[in-house]
Ligand binder design. Structure first.
Ligand SMILES: CSC[C@H]1O[C@H](OP(=O)(O)O)[C@H](O)[C@@H]1O
Length: 345
């Protein structure tokens, strides 16, 4: 097991991460010592979740800087910056939608001139920061949920996995649920299985069981009905990219939940670190949505579920327009609709 709540760490020149493809059947650690090994882990979602892939990307830049060290150590260290920047571009391209990956890679690359050890220090700082940020965001989001709901204890709905596995530790939307549960304020969590890769069924179920929080799963398409029939007091989701106007990209299946919540008057709260906010992007129209292998849809656990030759539409994310979002909560505050406004509280 990794120390504490951690699902991602650094150990003696290697990235160490929980293999999320092996859960819930096996808790297995990956030890990744090359840039290509980290890129492959991100691409197959062994490491997944916007904050987690960001920090893993920064650690991969540190692996590259060490591999391309050209002399000296500490403040005298230098590396082949051209080679490291080429690696950084490949790392940032591993998955296009979560802004955290590019943000974290750029932050690690910004220390290149100070040598490989400085790059590693910056990446390790992100490891520590992520857990602190997530706990702060979760606390702020829990306060908002208490303000915008009446019923106690709460019946919450979430989607995909936004817990300690999707971050370095604690989690964002699921971190908020953990915070509320620790205060005895959660009756039950309903979550979607999250087809096709089953992040809900495999990972959120595992985390909620580990935390001892009452939970039930539903098929993704039942989430809107649960909201419409009064089974949900608040919807809590994560994000992969929040735009300047408040549009939010998140796991496919989030948009229908937002539509149902808006129609039912149920709060729809997005919980994410500031590193998921892309202030360079005016609106969701500019977000690159990752489209993945159709075989992820036409097969289940590797076994075909359709006749041979069946095609599939497999966007990994959708975009929730800002007007369907009750609030985006970050460590800097509660943003209602447009992100450009300063935090409302
Ligand atoms: C706090 S995780 C944010 C976000 O990342 C997940 O996507 P994926 O499993 O494809 O990496 C999902 O959209 C979560 O909401």
């Amino acid at each position: 097991m990794l120390p504490g709540d951690r699902s991602l760490s650094w150990d003696d020149g290697a990235v160490v991460a929980v293999d999320q493809c092996a859960l819930p059947g096996a808790y297995r650690l990956l030890r990744l010592s090359t840039v290509d090994e980290v890129i492959a882990a991100i691409r197959r979602l062994a490491i997944r979740g916007a904050p987690a892939i960001g920090v893993a990307g920064a650690l991969a830049v540190a692996l590259s800087a060490a591999a391309h060290r050209v002399g000296g150590s500490g403040v005298d260290g230098r590396c082949d910056e051209v080679a490291v920047r080429a690696d950084a571009r490949r790392i940032a391209a591993a998955r296009p939608t979560a802004v955290n990956l590019g943000w974290a890679v750029e932050r690690a690359v910004s220390k290149l001139a100070f040598g490989p050890d400085a790059v590693l220090r910056e990446a390790l700082a992100m490891v520590v920061e992520d857990e602190h940020v997530n706990r702060a965001v979760a606390s702020r989001a829990a306060d908002l949920v208490r303000r915008v709901t009446k019923r106690r204890p709460l019946r919450l709905l979430t989607h995909c996995n936004t817990g300690r596995l999707a971050t370095v530790a604690w989690g964002t939307a699921l971190g908020t649920i953990r915070t509320l549960a620790e205060a005895g304020q959660v009756e039950e969590v309903l979550f979607g299985e999250t087809r096709p890769l089953l992040q809900g069924a495999r990972l959120t179920a595992w985390e909620l069981a580990e935390a001892g929080i009452p939970h039930r799963m539903c098929v993704d398409s039942a989430g809107p009905t649960a909201i419409a029939t009064g089974l949900v007091d608040c919807v809590l989701v994560g994000a992969d990219r929040v735009c300047l106007n408040g549009d939010v990209a998140n796991k496919i299946g989030t948009y229908p939940l937002a539509l149902a919540a808006n129609r039912a008057g149920v709060p729809f709260v997005v919980v994410s670190p500031e590193s998921t906010v892309d202030r360079a992007l005016a609106s969701g129209a500019g977000i690159e949505i990752e489209h993945r292998d159709p075989a992820e849809v036409t097969a289940l656990a590797g076994a075909p579920i359709t006749p041979p030759g069946t095609g599939a539409y497999n966007p990994a994310f959708d975009v929730v327009p800002a007007d369907l979002v009750t609030a985006v909560v970050t460590e800097n505050g509660v943003h209602r609709n447009e992100i450009r406004r300063e935090a409302a509280s």
